[in-house]
Design a protein. Structure first.
Length: 141
């Protein structure tokens, strides 16, 4: 039986955007509610006529899209940078820090591929950001 006591809590997780300088400085994006990473890999079919089952080999990896849901906060530096980068098509480095796990980080370069704001009567304004990963995602324990 697995020991679920080793599971990590999501609280304290931060999503930060780099400034492109050397050394690079990262600014946390404020009011993040959730995020996720879902990498994919292409498959290449290599089935021949004498086989009864399809066969595949691994193709290219894709970092996918990293969705970030947040409370809209127009004075937050990270959120205003996202808006500007969306307008300009800027490729930036991002860092997700799993704060309560010690030093675990996920880093990647991405462009803002989608940006939107949502609200309804009696509810808070939230934002949806989609980061299209360009290149590899690096996991550091």
């Amino acid at each position: 039986m697995a020991n679920s006591a080793n599971a990590l809590k999501g609280e304290g997780l931060t999503v930060a955007i780099g400034d492109g300088a050397d050394p690079e400085v990262f600014t946390n994006i404020g009011e993040v509610l959730s995020t996720a990473i879902a990498q994919t890999r292409d498959t290449i079919e290599v089935t021949t006529l004498d086989e009864a089952w399809k066969e595949y080999i691994a193709g290219l990896k894709d970092g996918g899209e990293v969705p970030v849901e947040l409370n809209y906060y127009p004075d937050d530096t990270g959120q205003t940078t996202i808006q500007t980068d969306f307008e300009n098509g800027t490729l930036r480095n991002f860092k997700i820090t799993l704060t309560n796990s010690g030093s675990s980080e996920v880093t990647f370069a991405a462009i803002i591929s989608a940006l939107g704001w949502n609200s309804s009567t009696g509810e808070k304004i939230t934002g949806s950001v989609s980061l299209k990963v360009s290149g590899a995602i690096t996991f550091t324990a």
